[in-house]
Structure formats: structure tokens, C-alpha cells
Design a protein. Structure first.
Length: 171
């Protein structure tokens, strides 16, 4: 009886958490999410890493954005990687998502924030540090509601903001 009450409590918490997550309207298409409860934590399936990961507001944005890139923008899922670790000396950094070209050169770095987090200069500073190591052609930041994409123009030591995330065929 005690286990059933605990199970019902977890189910109740799950649905409240999931309802809060989905209430935060994203400016991204919906997809069929795979969510489960494991050891009292809620997990979402990451189809790039092929495993369940902790369901956080930022992860909710990441999963929707990656599905958007693959399903709507034609990005090959085999050229995308989530949670790429970078090292600067002893310091370890983690890129949210990286798109590679067929020669495995980084083409795009994507940084996510939770929907309630405003995109500020420090988000752009963060992704710029990653780009010092990767030298990608495109930088994207998104909180699921707002998305910014800029194309690096290395010859002129500048960048230009794009009005939309480019289709893969246009990169």
C-alpha cells in the first residue's frame, strides 16, 4: 500500500512538472516526446545520444530545437552532437549542440537556455568562447522562445545576424 501511494505521488509530481514544462510555450514545433520517471527523476529521450537524460527546462528546449533542425530544416542527425566537451588547459567546457560537416569540421554551435531565461550578452559571450576553440561558421542561441543565429565572417573579423536559422542545404 505504501509503494502504491509513493507511486501515485510520483505520477502526480510528474504530471505537474510536465504540465509546467509544456505551459512554457516554445517557438518551436512540437514532436512526440518520450518521457519517463526513473529513480524519482524525470527523463527525456535524447535521440542523438540514444539515451534518456534528465528532463530540465534547458533540456526541453534542446530536444525541441534538435528535432526542429532535423525534421524541419533537413539537418542530418548523424552530424549533430549534444553535450560536446571542450578543454582549455585544465578547464572543461560543454557545448550544448554542435553541427559538423561531412569532414567533421564544426559548422554550427548552438547554446540553449531555459524558456524563462532572457538571452543576454553573457550568452553570446559564452558561445564565443566555445567558438575560439571550434571556429564554426554559425553561432545560434535559443531559449526556445527566441532564436538568434549569426554567421561568422572571418575574413572581415566580424559576423552578421541572420533573420532565420538556415536550412541545412543553404549552409
Amino acid at each position: 500500500m505504501r509503494e502504491k501511494k509513493q507511486s501515485n505521488k510520483l505520477i502526480s509530481i510528474f504530471f505537474r512538472t510536465f504540465a509546467r514544462m509544456t505551459e512554457q510555450q516554445l517557438n518551436l514545433p512540437a514532436y512526440d516526446t518520450r518521457v519517463k520517471e526513473q529513480d524519482g527523476r524525470f527523463m527525456i529521450f535524447d535521440f542523438l545520444r540514444r539515451k534518456y537524460v534528465a528532463l530540465t527546462p534547458e533540456e526541453w528546449v534542446r530536444q525541441h530545437f534538435v528535432h526542429y533542425l532535423v525534421e524541419q530544416k533537413g539537418y542530418p542527425k548523424g552530424l549533430l552532437a549534444n553535450e560536446l566537451e571542450l578543454r582549455i588547459g585544465e578547464k572543461r567546457l560543454r557545448c550544448d549542440t554542435v553541427l559538423y560537416d561531412k569532414e567533421l569540421k564544426p559548422r554550427m554551435i548552438i547554446e540553449y537556455k531555459a524558456p524563462h531565461i532572457q538571452l543576454q550578452q553573457k550568452t553570446f559571450d559564452q558561445i564565443s568562447v566555445y567558438n575560439l576553440l571550434l571556429h564554426a561558421d554559425y553561432l545560434v542561441v535559443s531559449n526556445g522562445r527566441q532564436h538568434y543565429c549569426c554567421q561568422m565572417v572571418y575574413e572581415q573579423h566580424t559576423y552578421r545576424f541572420l533573420t532565420d536559422i538556415p536550412d541545412y542545404a543553404m549552409l
